[in-house]
Ligand binder design. Structure first.
Ligand code: XMP
Length: 510
């Protein structure tokens, strides 16, 4: 069973994610595809409409995206936004001119066609978030103008008999007053049922997983205690019950009492979990390593070794993974970026172990994953946990990692998080933690001179973790954390607060 969907072809618009979200919030499952997707990859009875996103440049640019123009022949409604409108009209032989550089501005717009399907029920005068740069010079054959303004004669065009629509502005951006109504009209033109929500997602996904995995095969999943792997585990369990085995690897680099916490959270679910204590293996492998990249690579390698060993023992055919939609979109992405840190992930595992992948959350954004988790009964504190990196405390202890240093950090971190929760600031920050710095400083305790460790408190707020601001925590809260850490954690005598945003710093220390 598959759900009706709208395919969005991403030509690099900065608003593609917003567009996807808007459509989903209206009850329509929208999925993003790369610009060069082939007709057969998106076609299907569940395809109800196509949106060609905006994007930089013009369709006449020699470097413009490859695009399979057969897509324009698919018999579903098509909406082209900015660059997408140019694409539709280029293939109808209209003339386009202007600059490659786009400038966006809030602009008045006047609806001039009372019979327009896209503007049905929408007031004639409104403001829109318009792209200025490239524009249509002539109206393509078969099209009528449905909106214009003083600067542009073709702000919106439509060809009702072919169900083709073009907009020079972005309906998905909040500055466009009637944007949601326009999108809703498009969905109605597509005859979408608008019944996509968390409950329908769960019901359908269980069916899909049952079909994919079959009646007999087994699945193994790495459970980290993070929200993505936890929700994946619960969905898979609903689909295959005891044929799912989860593997929890205790790297010894976890937060204080982490494994106990995860065990308690899953106790009511009767999930089969292999709790693997590999802390000695990790500590041994990390001994003497101080270079950040070498640490990350070592942790990643040992993790794969341990996980592979445990997973192979289950003889499972399928490997479950908590991949979520932003990961998928990132891999579709058009631009490359510099490697700052090698992320610890198990991306290569399925091929290496010759396993088939099952990714129950592939279509979901993070907040949708959280809603699914809540609907499946995952406790609130698991659903709203801050993210924790794969290499764990290993990237929060610059310099050599020892059992003693991990212990110090776990204690200090637990105090900080407890204080954040007690003061209500935990929910107001995207991620918060303590890092143990590789410096010792002089202090005084009673009459005694001390020469001990220094730690840093870090609290950040972010939308996407690509950039982040430090959070202005109240001084009284910081003072309480500092006093408690210094008095309760033997071995730390100084606490500092990190006031660096990302960029230039990264969120983690290594
Ligand atoms: P940075 O330090 O790169 O972190 O600004 C951005 C976000 O990613 C998390 N992070 C990781 N997550 N494996 C993960 O699963 C990793 O190796 C890893 N390194 C960083 C980090 O906690 C932050 O949320």
């Amino acid at each position: 069973m598959r759900h009706e969907r709208i395919a969005i072809l991403d030509f690099g618009s900065p608003y593609t994610h917003i567009l996807t979200r808007r459509l989903r919030d209206l009850g329509a499952l929208a999925l993003v595809y790369p610009p060069d997707v082939k007709q057969e990859e998106i076609l299907g009875i569940d395809l109800k409409g196509i949106i060609l996103s905006g994007g930089a440049g013009t369709v006449y640019d020699p470097n413009s995206h490859c695009f399979d123009k057969c897509l324009l022949d698919i018999k579903v409604p098509i909406l082209g936004i900015c660059y997408g409108m140019q694409l539709i009209t280029k293939h109808s032989n209209a003339k386009i001119s202007g600059e490659t550089k786009h400038e966006y501005r809030k602009t008045p717009c006047q609806i001039v066609d009372a019979d327009s399907l896209l503007f049905r029920g929408i007031k004639a005068e409104q403001s829109v978030w318009m792209s200025h740069g490239t524009h249509l010079d002539t109206l393509p054959e078969g099209y009528t103008v449905s909106a214009k303004n003083a600067e542009c004669a073709f702000v919106a065009i439509e060809n009702q008999s072919q169900s083709r629509f073009g907009l020079q502005f972005h309906p998905e951006v909040a500055h466009t007053q009637e944007g949601n109504a326009i999108l809703q009209n498009f969905l109605q033109i597509c005859q979408m049922s608008l019944d996509w929500n968390v409950a329908s997602f769960i019901e359908e996904k269980i069916e899909v997983l049952k079909n994919q995995i079959g009646q007999k095969e087994t699945v193994v999943l790495g459970l980290s205690g993070g929200v993505d792997s936890s929700v994946s585990a619960l969905l898979l369990q609903k689909a295959v019950g005891k044929r799912l085995t989860c593997v929890y690897v205790d790297t010894g680099l976890m937060r204080k009492d982490e494994m106990r916490h995860v065990q308690q959270a899953f106790a009511p679910f009767d999930l089969s979990v292999k709790w693997v204590d590999a802390s000695n293996e990790f500590l041994g492998g990390l001994a003497g390593i101080t270079d950040p990249e070498q640490k990350r690579k070592t942790i990643g390698r040992i993790f794969i070794e341990v996980f592979e060993r445990e997973a192979k023992a289950t003889k499972a055919k399928f490997l479950g993974q908590g991949t979520i939609y932003p990961d998928v979109i990132e891999s579709v992405g058009i631009t490359g970026s510099v490697l700052v840190k090698s992320h610890h992930n198990v991306g290569g595992l399925p091929e290496r172990m010759n396993m088939e992948l099952v990714e129950p959350l592939r279509e979901l954004f993070k907040d949708e994953v959280r809603r699914v988790g809540l609907a499946l009964g995952l406790p609130e504190d698991m659903v709203w946990r801050h993210p924790f990196p794969g290499p764990g405390l290993g990237v929060r202890i610059p310099g050599a990692i020892t059992k003693e240093r991990i212990g110090l950090l776990q204690e200090a971190d637990a105090i900080f998080i407890e204080e954040l929760k007690n003061s209500g600031w935990y929910k107001l920050t995207s991620q918060a933690f303590v890092a143990l710095l590789p410096v010792q400083t002089v202090g005084i305790s009673g009459d005694e001179r001390t020469y001990e460790n220094m730690c840093a408190l870090r609290a950040i707020q972010t939308e996407d973790f690509m950039t982040a601001d430090w959070v202005h925590l109240p001084h009284e809260l910081l003072e309480r954390c500092s006093q408690r850490i210094v008095s309760e954690v033997k071995g730390i005598n100084r606490v500092v607060f990190d006031i660096t945003s990302k960029p230039p710093a990264t969120i983690e220390y290594e």
